[in-house]
Design a protein around this ligand. Sequence first.
Ligand SMILES: [Zn+2]
Length: 214
Amino acid sequence: MMSNLTESQLLPENAVYEHTIRAGDHWMRRIEKGQTFRILDLKGNQAADTLFYNAEDPDDRYSASDTIAAQGALYLTTGTRLMSTRGTELLKIVADTCGRHDTLGGACSRESNTMRYAHDKEHMHACRDSFLRGVQSWCHHMDKRDVTCNINFFMNVPVTPEGELDFADGISAPGRYVEMVASCPVIALISNCPQLNNPCNAYNPTPVQVLIWD
Ligand SMILES: [Zn+2]
């Protein structure tokens, strides 16, 4: 499981942008072609639910199925090309000290809170709501149709032999990161998961940091 660990040579002090996303908050930013983008799991096992769009054409956006098909593997790690619905390579993962990231489990929603946990959890915060707030505040052309399949960085969601998803204990740890280079201008939207019902993170969502290098 920990076979594909690759460290980065980039130093945080040389980053041109740095921001800490508090647990439960969302963050959205354009990343230029050729820039390097790192997501840092500050405290360990925090799910960074992430959507990517082609900045030149936001209808062209991250596709889990095209990414899995392009690389012939279910989990994302160093070397993975993140593909769009129209076959555009959006980013390529170039360093990864966690070793596995999920693209099947989807984002938590108020509906999944009731399905997975309990009916009275419906009102609690969920990534889908954060994604909606993100796209609606980004531009008036984007709305809930633009919240599609996402990546769950730092989440471990093994697929069982029966083809079911297992939300397993995380394999990330404080200070682990994933780093990718933008192959074209992209818009990144992260919902730093506010999930208070998931034992994977000890019911304790924590901040993540994002860094960008030219
Ligand atoms: Zn979530």
